[in-house]
Design a protein around this ligand. Sequence first.
Ligand code: B12
Length: 146
Amino acid sequence: MSAPCKGRVVIGVIGDDIHVVGNRIMQLALEESGFRVFNIRTRNRPHHFTEAALEVNADAVFVSSLNGEGEYWCANFRQPYAELGMAGILLYVGGNLVVGKRSQADVCDLFRRYGFDRVYHQIPDIGRAISDLEQDLLNGSSLSRC
Ligand code: B12
């Protein structure tokens, strides 16, 4: 018998970004850790993530941005989720989130203001995000359990 699924996660790359390697690695790592992954891959507008999350009843959305467009496309990212009755969904963002050199704290603050629960700017260790997700889901209340 297979192990129970830990949660449903939508993943994808935002904007006109075509950097796909991290996205593929993230899918494999999440699946290996027991999550069900819905990968919308590259070149997504914010509403593509919202629609996918609604369709699959996701527990979390993982947004990637590598090419520097993240600051533009992620502004007010959480707003439509609240409007669609998904106010409690976990929103994580990671990759190379801004253009130029900025401190981790500044980048983190900015994306927290956009509505993300967790921000991973230039942090290649996906294992850290996965254990944060496991913890956040344990602390949360609205789990679909696949
Ligand atoms: C390979 C590459 C390309 C390839 C992409 C091939 C492909 N289809 O994937 C090509 C040559 C096409 C390319 C194009 C461009 N690229 Co490029 N590219 C890279 C490079 C060298 C490696 C990216 C990569 O695959 N890394 C390996 C994977 C495993 O790592 P990763 O993507 O960072 O993902 C990991 C983490 O970030 C994290 N992560 C990622 N997302 C998320 C999300 C969450 C929620 C979490 C928790 C974690 C997480 O987990 C992943 C797994 O460890 C980087 C430099 C670098 N060393 O990072 C530049 C880089 C990303 N590219 C860059 C740029 C500028 C471009 C172009 C705009 C260049 C141009 N002028 O045309 C274009 C953009 C095209 C587009 N429309 O997007 C810049 C972005 C700078 C910025 N953010 O300000 C970088 C950083 C290079 C640089 N130092 O300037 N690129």
